[in-house]
Structures are given as structure tokens and as C-alpha cells.
Ligand binder design. Structure first.
Ligand code: HXC
Length: 274
């Protein structure tokens, strides 16, 4: 794990005490930082990912911070993996309160060079994977569900993007996939909010330093051009996304349901100054 400058949280350290979070894609990038911050605010965390070594390193890093953490190998495209990881999380921690869908796939490609199977692959990971995880976790997250002794339901957080608010070059697959994710967020917020007291929200990160998203997608010049291109004159940190996550899944966000919070410093709104 790379070491980063430690930023102090503005939230109390126990606001997620007693809660259990499952984070897909929790072994690296934004998913790992969300896992870390949920843990630092009192939650126990299970992380799900496809890469054993990445998971092991992430779990060790979390445990070295005193966080109750466990890793489960799995691919969100496989329903049986989703089911197994959710069941294992419940068996290990006795409840599940928070599901964070942070697993995502991405690459830059012209629409004309993208095969339908390439398009489908990203839809399968981001959109269908998000739905599958939500669907399999419902029995644990809903009020009165397994391990819940209260009338309060859990919450879901879907990591999205701002690509599809306009149109983004070489990102037809991811834009479509994240548009579907936002739609899933709203539909589940409506149905599961009403029926099960589960809140469902999203976060749409902008350019975030030290993430696979940035290194894969952003031109190398983004940092040097930050002054012209980014309203806050800087790219964000994973910490910024994780703080939004802590807010949304904690009681601070108890009346927030069905929204996707843009955490991008105003980036997607930007137009050249005139
Ligand atoms: C064109 C590509 C391609 C590429 C894969 N494909 N990479 N097409 N250009 N660079 C096509 C393949 O040709 C194939 O189609 C299909 O996609 C499936 O490819 P596989 O390699 O079999 O898929 P798989 O091994 O499952 O890998 C999935 C992946 C991979 C999405 C392709 O990159 C991955 O798993 N990445 C996960 C990590 C990741 O990218 N995280 C970053 C998320 S960043 P054919 O037709 O040949 O069979 C993020 C930020 C978004 O989400 C927003 C930013 C602002």
C-alpha cells in the first residue's frame, strides 16, 4: 500500500460503530480508501475483489490500523460469487449494514473500435454487478432482515462518475454503465426506501489522484493544466470521496435517499473562461 499524507477526519471516530460494511472493489483505489475510512469511523469491513494478493495486502493494511477487516475473493459479474461473499460477510460479522459498490472496469477506446463484448463487459461489471450485489444483499440490509434487531434498514452506496452528464470521449461503455448505475440508485431508493427503510445513494467522483481511473483515463497533463481545467484548481484525493461516503452512510445522511452526490470540485461544470 502506498503511504499518503494523513488527513484528519472532521467526523467523530465512532459514528459508524457497530456497523458492518461490505465494499466491492475495496482492495484498491477509491474502494480501499472508503474501506479505510468506514473502518476508522468504527465499522467492521469486508472487502471483495478478484485479485487475491491485492485483497491480502489491503486486509493487512486495514488490520494494521486496528480495523476489523476481512477479504473475500469474488467477481461481481458472477451471481454465485455475490451470494457467497455476502453470506460469508454475514457469517463472519453477524450483520451487514452498508454495501458499497465500488468495483468497476474501464479502458479508453473509440466507439468504432469497441466490440459489443467490450461494451457488455463494462456494463456487466458496473451496472449488472451493482444490481446483483444489491439484490443479493437485500435480505441482510432490510429492516428486520438477517442479523437486524431493529426497524432500521441499512444503506447502499454506488460509486458512479460524471462522464454521462455530458458526453465523454472514448467512454461510451462506461458512460452507459454509469448512467444505468445512477438509474439503479434512484429506482432502489424508491422501492427499497418505501418497503425496507434502506437508503440508496451514489457518489460521482471527479478526477481523483492516485486512482486507476485517473492513471488509465486522464491525460498526463491534467495536473499541470489543473489551473485552467479545474474550478478548485486541483484534482481531488481519495479522502474526499471517502468523507462523502462516511457522510452518506452515517446517520448524518439519514434523510438523503436516491441522490448521487457529485464530488468533483465543480469539474464537470467547467467551461473555458471567457
Ligand atoms: C478495447 C477492450 C479493451 C481495450 C478489453 N477490451 N480491454 N477493448 N480496448 N483496452 C474488450 C476485450 O477485447 C473483450 O472483447 C472484452 O473487452 C472483455 O475483455 P477481457 O480482457 O476478457 O475482460 P476482463 O479480463 O474481464 O477485464 C475487464 C476489463 C479490465 C474491464 C477489460 O480492464 C478490468 O477488469 N479492469 C478492472 C479494473 C479497472 O479498470 N478499474 C478502473 C476503474 S476506473 P472481445 O470482443 O475481444 O471479446 C473507473 C473510473 C470511471 O471506473 C470514471 C472515470 C472518470
Amino acid at each position: 500500500m502506498e503511504m499518503e499524507m494523513e488527513m484528519e477526519s472532521p467526523f467523530k471516530a465512532d459514528i459508524l460503530k457497530g456497523k458492518v460494511g461490505l465494499i466491492t472493489g475495496g482492495g484498491s483505489g477509491i474502494g480501499f480508501e472508503i474501506s479505510t475510512q468506514l473502518g476508522k469511523h468504527g465499522a467492521s469491513v469486508a472487502i471483495m475483489g478478484r485479485r487475491k494478493q491485492v485483497l491480502q495486502a489491503a486486509v493487512s493494511a486495514l488490520q494494521s490500523l486496528g480495523i476489523h477487516a476481512i477479504g473475500f475473493e469474488g467477481d461481481v459479474r458472477k451471481r454465485e460469487d455475490a451470494k457467497r461473499v455476502i453470506e460469508s460477510t454475514f457469517k463472519h460479522f453477524g450483520r451487514i449494514d452498508i454495501l458499497v459498490n465500488a468495483a468497476a472496469g474501464n479502458f479508453l477506446v473509440n466507439a468504432e473500435d469497441l466490440s459489443p463484448n467490450g461494451f457488455r463487459t463494462v456494463m456487466d461489471i458496473d451496472s449488472v454487478g451493482t444490481f446483483t450485489m444489491c439484490h443479493e444483499a437485500l435480505g441482510y440490509l432490510r429492516k428486520g432482515g438477517h442479523g437486524r434487531n431493529s426497524t432500521i434498514g441499512g444503506s447502499i452506496l454506488n460509486i458512479s462518475a460524471t462522464l454521462h452528464y455530458t458526453a465523454s470521449w472514448y467512454q461510451i461503455h462506461v458512460s452507459a454503465a454509469k448512467a444505468a448505475v445512477d438509474s439503479i440508485t434512484r429506482s432502489l431508493a424508491l422501492e427499497w426506501g418505501a418497503d425496507y427503510d434502506i437508503r440508496v445513494n451514489g457518489i460521482a467522483p471527479g478526477p481523483i489522484a492516485d486512482t486507476p481511473g485517473l492513471s488509465k483515463l486522464a491525460p498526463a497533463e491534467i495536473k499541470t493544466q489543473a489551473r485552467e481545467q479545474l474550478p478548485l484548481f486541483k484534482i481531488g484525493d481519495k479522502w474526499d470521496i471517502a468523507m462523502a461516503a462516511v457522510y452518506l452512510v452515517s446517520d448524518a445522511g439519514k434523510f438523503v435517499n436516491g441522490t448521487t452526490l457529485v464530488v468533483d470540485g465543480g469539474h464537470w461544470l467547467n467551461r473555458p473562461r471567457r
